[in-house]
Design a protein. Structure first.
Length: 320
C-alpha cells in the first residue's frame, strides 16, 4: 500500500466521528447514550502512519509509551451522585493500533449516566477496570487506566504535583540561538532542514512552538517538545528549531509527529546515539495526548518517569 492509499484508508477510519457535530440531526444522528457503548471506540492501525517514514512494525527503531489524560470523565454512584475526575491512560508503542481521540471522548461520555457502585471507592475501581478492559480489547494490547477524583488529595496532586512530568533540566532552543537573525520560511516537514556537525555532548532541548494539525478537521494541535540525545554527531540548535517549526502545516496524529521527529534524528545521527523525543500536546476535546519515543526504556524512565507512570497524575506544562 502506498502513501496515498494509506492516507485514504486513514481518513476513512478516523472520519467515523471526526468533523461531525454529534447533535442528533439527520446528518449526524449520534447522541450521548445513557449506557456504556464500546462500539464508539475506533482503533487506528499504526502502520498506516509509519510506512511513509520507513518504520517497520516488526523492527521498531524506538521504545515508548502513549500517555492520554482525559479531563472530562464522570459516572454515577448508585444513589445518583455524579463521580467526576481525570483518568490517565497509558499503553505501549508496540501496540498495533492507537485509539482515535474523538471516539475515546464519545466512549467516555457514555459513562455519564451509568451507576457503577455504592461507594466512591467501588465506583472508581469499577470505572478503571471497565475502561481499561474495553480499551485493551479494542487495541489488542494491555492498557493501564488510573482514575483521580476531582476534590480529594489525589486531585490536589494534579494541581500541585511535586513530581515533574519531565525532567526540568532542559534548555530552551530559543535561548541557544540568535533568534532575530534567523529565517523561518519552511512550514512543511523536511529532513533536509537538519544541519549536522560534530557532537559528543549530552544535548537536552525543549521548545513550546510545536504546532501540527488534525488530519481531518485541520484544527491546530499545540505542543511542547522535549528532545535529548548523546553521540558523536550533533544537530545545530538553529536547524533543530527550524525543523520543529516546519511541522506547522503538517496534518498528522500526535503520535506520528513524535515518531517522525525521532526517526529523522535517528537517520541523521550515528546508530549508537541515544535519543528521546517527547511531545506533550495541549488538550482538545477534554483530552491531551503525550507520546514519548526513545532508543531505550532506561532513557524514558530517567527523563520522563512521571509521564509514563500510570499511578502518578500528570503535571501539565504551561502550554497545556
Amino acid at each position: 500500500m502506498d502513501n496515498m492509499d494509506n492516507t485514504i484508508e486513514l481518513n476513512k477510519i478516523v472520519g467515523e466521528h471526526l468533523g461531525k457535530a454529534g447533535d442528533g440531526s439527520a446528518v449526524d444522528p449520534y447522541v450521548t447514550p445513557d449506557n456504556v457503548d464500546t462500539s464508539l471506540l475506533v482503533p487506528v492501525p499504526r502502520y498506516l502512519n509509519r510506512e511513509q517514514y520507513n518504520i517497520k512494525e516488526d523492527d521498531l527503531p524506538f521504545e515508548g509509551v502513549d500517555v492520554w489524560n482525559a479531563y472530562e470523565v464522570s459516572c454515577l454512584l448508585n444513589n445518583g451522585y455524579p463521580l467526576s475526575g481525570i483518568i490517565k491512560i497509558t499503553y505501549d508503542v508496540a501496540s498495533k493500533c492507537i485509539v482515535e481521540s474523538k471516539s475515546l471522548k464519545l466512549y467516555l461520555n457514555s459513562y455519564n449516566m451509568v451507576k457503577l457502585g455504592e461507594s466512591v471507592v467501588s465506583a472508581s475501581d469499577e470505572l478503571e477496570m471497565r475502561i481499561g478492559n474495553d480499551l485493551s480489547d479494542a487495541l489488542e494490547t494491555p492498557v493501564l487506566v488510573k482514575f483521580f477524583r476531582n476534590y480529594n488529595g489525589k486531585f490536589s496532586a494534579v494541581r500541585h504535583n511535586p513530581t515533574p512530568t519531565v525532567s526540568e533540566h532542559f534548555d530552551y532552543l530559543e535561548d541557544c540561538v540568535d533568534l532575530e537573525k534567523m529565517t523561518f520560511d519552511i512550514f512543511n516537514e523536511s529532513a533536509d532542514i537538519l544541519d549536522i556537525r560534530d557532537g559528543g555532548l549530552l544535548v537536552k532541548y525543549t521548545t513550546n512552538v510545536l504546532r501540527s494539525n488534525c488530519r481531518v478537521t485541520n484544527q491546530p494541535d499545540w505542543g511542547d517538545v522535549y528532545i535529548t540525545y548523546e553521540g558523536p554527531k550533533d544537530v545545530t540548535p538553529e536547524s533543530l528549531l527550524q525543523y520543529i517549526v516546519s511541522m506547522r502545516k503538517e496534518n498528522h496524529f500526535h503520535e506520528e509527529i513524535c515518531e517522525c521527529i525521532f526517526k529523522r534524528l535517528k537517520d541523521v545521527l550515528e546508530d549508537d546515539t541515544e535519543i528521546l523525543v517527547a511531545c506533550l500536546y495541549t488538550r482538545r476535546g477534554g483530552i491531551d495526548i503525550n507520546p514519548v519515543r526513545a532508543t531505550s526504556s532506561d532513557l524514558i524512565n530517567k527523563l520522563v518517569p512521571a509521564l509514563v507512570d500510570s499511578d502518578i497524575p500528570h503535571r501539565k506544562t504551561a502550554r497545556q
